[in-house]
Design a protein around this ligand. Sequence first.
Ligand SMILES: Cc1ncc(COP(=O)(O)O)c(C=O)c1O
Length: 459
Amino acid sequence: MVYRQLETRQWQDLDEAHYLHPFTDHKALRSSHSRVAVRGEGVYVWDTEGDRIIDGLSGLGCVTIGYGRKELVEAATAQMTDLSFCQSFFNTSHPAAIRLAEKLVQITPEGLNHVFFQCSGSEANETAVRAIRRYWKLKGQPDKRMIIAREKAYHGSTQVAASLSGLPDMHEAGGDLPLDFITHVGTPYAYRNKPEGMSDEDFGELAASWLEDKILELGPENVAAFYAEPAQSAGGSICPPMTYWPAIQKICRKYDVLLAVDEVVMGFGRTGKWFGSFYYGIQPDFMQLGKGLTSGYLPLSACLMSDRVADVLIEDGGEWAHGYTYSGHPSCCAVALANIEVLQSEGIVERAEAELVPHFEAKLAEFVDHPLVGNVRSVGLMAGIELVANKATGEAFPFEQRVGNQCSVEALKLGLAFRDNGDTMALMPPLVMTIAEMDEMFAIARQAIDATAKKLGIM
Ligand SMILES: Cc1ncc(COP(=O)(O)O)c(C=O)c1O
């Protein structure tokens, strides 16, 4: 194959010379070098050295059905052969986008009956924010412009999505962020934010009350929407208590604040239910999907809107000056349809919930006593293992020590993709993993954490 024509070192030299990677310190990369991946099958990826890596991260939370599924390749090939591109701006449509919109409406919570397509999760959030702002203007309430998001949220890397994100380095990277109509509240991060002695149930309600406080501070007449992931992934696998979302929903209704739920990671089975909204019992006005929509085979995202919103945009809005060349790209839509067909016909989400999630939770429980581990948390097949300097007090390591990063480097050497979100180690494996593969993943994760602890003199 063409990529075998170069030696690994030559690939790395070329990579460092020209290719700017996302979220990367390129100066550091010149000494650590990239691992160059060439092939994937099932839950494994191989690099140019022939080394096999078990993918504990589903790529980036997207490769839900694993690598190398011929059905998706065939769907893309057939669609490219029939109609390789179709714009959807000027009174033109095509079957793949029409069928996918219908399918998404069928499988998501009731009332989300309208779908806008883009390529990335960030763009889906752009679409939602533009629609939220437009909705309130058309309703004659232009002052309702503030959007409340959460600390440690991750919603993507465009200026709007980075503003929605609650990560200071994302704001720093974009200049003057967040944009002036976006603000943040605390998040239901029990390990760090729960007052001592409080039950999880009470903490869920307390964390929801921070939204109400913020709405009252800004004035409900100025608040357009609340924006959140059902459970937070990149911010450190933060899984809210079950009392959180019902309380949030009540507050949004009470103050007539739209609820936008970013399901870019949680959608398509990550929680063990098809959508995080089903798991937590959320009825959103907006739902953003990406990643697992195509299992990462092609880039596609969807922004679903409720009748309440879409009816106003459609009836009162005239032309909406918003859209992308690749909105509803035929091949991406055909691949998404094939992906959903595989998920449904093989009962992948249902099997993950019944068989994989209990095993995942049992294996995770084995990390609780590890001297380097302060907290273990999970929802469905997403977990966070938080590494701490002092297990008794929960004291964190200094940021500059980059302990999580040391652990992920160890894991990759051992053949596991194990992500560090700060010092929280994340696992979110493909939903098609076998029990034996899961055992292998956890065994390597353990070795990587042990090796990190030894280096730090903690074991
Ligand atoms: C919850 C969430 N929303 C949005 C995004 C952005 O998606 P993309 O990277 O496709 O723009 C991500 C990416 O990780 C995400 O985790």
